[in-house]
Design a binder for this molecule. Sequence first.
Ligand code: PGA
Length: 276
Amino acid sequence: MLRVIHIASAYVVQFTIMKKKVMIANWKLHPETKREAIKNFRSIKENGKKLRNVETVICSPFVYLNSLSDEVSGHRVQVGAQDVFYENSGSFTGEISPTMLADLKVSYSIVGHSERRALGETNQDVANKVSALIAQSIVPIICVGEQQRDDTNYLSFVKDQVLSGVAEIPKSALPRVMFAYEPLWAIGTSANRSATSKEAQEMKLYIKKVVTDYSSEYGGRVPILYGGSTNPDNTEEFLKDGEVDGLLVGGASLDPDSFTEMLEIANNVTKKLKNT
Ligand code: PGA
């Protein structure tokens, strides 16, 4: 029964998602205690659940997912994983499977984050993870992005990541995935700078073209987010001028007040766009 409810909720998420901005918190290796994780989640949820135009997802370390999924009520603030393995059982020490995540009512999982790719994750690993997640009705958030902008191959590099990411799923499953464009030079504490909204918009349009060329029927329904040094000061610019469907937020999501401010901005941007 629980499983049926979970599958139904994944479809509700997909049905409503394009009309809302999607704001994903990537907590990375934070916070240090379960107590703090629950406290921060509750604080974000209290505010996030009132915002009708935003889908909020908190991607926490695996060890907190069980406790946080118990805190989920309604669809507006969900729980996500930061990674997953592509097999559902077997001799894979240390791994976490899609079925385990589904059992905890986890609705989303980041895959192919550049910090995982830097530890050896390949495009084929990402494709296998995406396929295994789709089979459990968990939405994969596929991270793509180039190392450097001055590399003349950056568009074909991202195109390869996009197409290989969805190579193991049927085209009809495309509306159940998301892409997050995260240029490596704009991510985390060592970032040189965030992308400009124009750079984010350019890549959003490019990824949209790549997926619609791949499937004219389904490609246009894939949300494309931006991530890399986002904060309350640049949220509106990325969502409005950059025209991205949402943000994947690292550092700024660790402070519930900052992240809540970003959610409120996202909610207002969507409201204004709906009225234009
Ligand atoms: P940042 O991280 O917002 O701290 O740059 C984004 C990410 O790595 O997903």
